[in-house]
Design a protein around this ligand. Structure first.
Ligand SMILES: NC(=O)c1ccc[n+]([C@@H]2O[C@H](COP(=O)([O-])OP(=O)(O)OC[C@H]3O[C@@H](n4cnc5c(N)ncnc54)[C@H](O)[C@@H]3O)[C@@H](O)[C@H]2O)c1
Length: 361
């Protein structure tokens, strides 16, 4: 494994696009190498450099992520491919926080893009849902909100204990993610942007989101707009998912509704995501975590990681290879070449190998 101190810069000799890989913990260490094999099978002109940041490294020498890593990643790589972080041996979760939230916050990857696409009707828990019914994208604000870790406790451990957790919403942060959602809609042939908040009770933050949404929408007369409180949106995601197109929301609501959205796609093992700042090195990771109970057992569904790899390739300009990979995953689902979490009987390696073989044809 390579460590953080060395730098491998973009490869002028081969002209391959450099990608940094952090497989991380648990099933991340299984799904990421398998997804990389699928990318290699696609013939994509990319070169992977592996970093061993994660629980093992942290437990061995205390490293979470070296302080200069964020500048190095931004300077030397076109994209970052991450598995999952979280290990019961590190109960504080400090390494996960510093690596994952570090990348999102310190590299200012402000738009978390989570496509919600049903590849085959058999995967959806909703009665009679078709693939056309579930096809929308959630854009989650990724650098603010309650994730900024501001707040505190008073009279800790006493019956009078008081805890606060601040919800930070800046004009700049709200405006740029809402504008990102409209730009995303335009460039992906989408017709509507729905903004979701809880402005009936969170009046200050919600008020800012409401005003900015209306202002930015005026710049995009070709895109329809809608607003929904986040509780009503949850109902809508189940009752009428076909009414959704692009959804933009804050950090916490986006985190929660995309687990619900993952269920519509077949589960956490199927969901992909990108953490994006247009024009900068962006980071791509499956939505799922490190799933300690199934780690190391060849049970993890690699499809979320493989679809994430496809999303990453499309983002760095390798759309044809990305499409080949997506088509092969869809075929695998249809032909039941899948893992147990989505009703199949294959192992992680066997499922990924089948997809890789399809891609290479
Ligand atoms: N982005 C991340 O790195 C990330 C995200 C969520 C959780 N985590 C961390 O992961 C650890 C476990 O968290 P959790 O249990 O809440 O979430 P999880 O996503 O790891 O697991 C939730 C459930 O989904 C199943 N699952 C998840 N991915 C799967 C896959 N690819 N194939 C088959 N089944 C899959 C798991 O077995 C479990 O039953 C914690 O340490 C948590 O902090 C990390």
């Amino acid at each position: 494994m390579l460590t953080a101190v060395f730098l491998l810069s973009s490869s002028p000799v081969t002209n391959k696009k450099p990608i940094a890989v952090v497989a991380g913990d648990g099933i991340g260490k299984e799904v990421i190498p398998n997804a990389i094999e699928v990318v290699k099978a696609s013939g994509a002109a990319v070169e992977f450099t592996h970093f061993d940041w994660g629980a093992d490294r942290h437990l061995a020498d205390g490293t979470t992520i070296p302080p200069d890593a964020f500048q190095m990643l931004a300077r030397d790589f076109d994209a970052i491919f991450v598995g999952a972080l979280g290990d019961p041996r590190v109960p504080t979760n400090i390494h996960a926080k510093e690596i994952l939230l570090g990348m999102r916050f310190k590299m200012d990857l402000y738009a978390n893009v989570r496509p919600v696409r049903l590849l085959d009707a058999s995967l959806c828990p909703l009665k009679n849902a078709t693939t056309a019914d579930i096809n929308f994208t959630v854009i989650r604000e990724n650098t603010e909100g309650v994730y900024m870790d501001m707040g505190g406790v008073f009279k800790f451990g006493t019956p009078d204990e008081l805890a606060t957790q601040e919800d930070i919403n800046t004009r700049k942060g709200v405006e740029r993610v809402i504008r990102f959602a409209f730009e995303y809609a335009r460039s992906n042939g989408r017709k509507k942007v729905l903004m979701s908040d809880k402005s009936n009770v969170m009046t200050y933050a919600g008020g800012l989101w409401q005003r900015v949404f209306k202002e930015v929408a005026k710049e995009y007369p070709d895109i329809n707009t809608q607003h929904m409180y986040v509780d009503a949106l949850c109902l809508q995601m189940i009752r009428q998912p076909q009414s959704l197109d692009v959804v933009v929301t804050n950090n916490m609501f986006g985190d929660i509704i995309t687990d619900l959205a993952a269920a519509l796609q077949g589960g956490l093992g199927m969901a992909a995501s990108g953490n994006i700042h247009p024009g900068r090195t962006s980071m791509f990771e499956p939505v799922h975590g490190s799933a300690p109970p199934i780690a190391g057992k060849n049970m993890a569904n690699p499809m979320g990681a493989i679809l994430t790899a496809a999303m990453m390739l499309a983002h760095i300009g390798l759309a044809a290879e990305a499409q080949k990979i997506e088509d092969a995953v869809t075929q695998a689902v249809r032909e039941k070449k899948k893992t147990a979490d989505v009703g199949g009987s294959m192992g992680t390696r066997e499922c990924a190998a089948w997809i890789g073989e399809r891609v290479a044809r």
